[in-house]
Ligand binder design. Sequence first.
Ligand SMILES: [Zn+2]
Length: 276
Amino acid sequence: MTGLLFGTGGVPRSAKLKSTVSGIERLSELGLGCLELEFVRGVKMSEATAYEVAAAAARSGIRLSAHAPYFINLNAREPEKIRASQERLLKTARIASLCGAKSVIFHAAFYLGDPPQETYHTVRKYLAEILDQLRKEDNQVWLRPEVTGKPSQFGAIAEILDLCSELDGLAPCIDFAHWHARTGRSNSYPEFTSVLTQIKERLGRAALDNMHIHLSGIRYGNKGEISHLNLKDSDLDYAQLLRALKGCDAKGLVICESPNLEEDSQLLKTTYEGLA
Ligand SMILES: [Zn+2]
């Protein structure tokens, strides 16, 4: 794959129908390259639909990823909540694989007041079990823990990169808007480049060739992320970010999660293509 592909988190708003297949067709008409299937409120897609989605994506050359349900906490207090979280991730990975999606994105955990180091070990243990199970099923999707937007959520960049360097089958989802909201910083060319350099140093050049990025405008306060915004209503310096991505020759998918979805996705694509 060369360069970056741009697309939307969920069916674009201008799709004829609110279905995934219709969304894929619309993205193709718009000249965009990828779609993230949103299973954030649960996996309800049937296997039959998954095969239709896979066929539509293959026909139009749209690359797919899937976002697992929000109700996942691998650091939950109750064992049954851990098991339910593991099941939700497995279920997402199974349907994603039938759809031909290559990656499953998820928010791993909340600290719930635990020291981050302790949370890290708990998350790693339960993730390793999920990855074992997927290997047994010969499921090839990448599980991608996401960089999260609030300091109460597990998912600082270092935590995500540590996990990915320790567990096979794991790769990062770098949400630059989340990281900006979480830190109140990381919104300049040198800071973006420093994140990309860390990825390369911890995971190797291959990680920059296989990136999964979330992007949107974002509103934030001292507890981090508040809500997603359209890029032009936010302070995120997406042009400098795209310049940093191009400078490192990053390749992969950029999923736009702004409220206006395909509009910002096209803005990102044109800005990226306009870079010298
Ligand atoms: Zn997410």
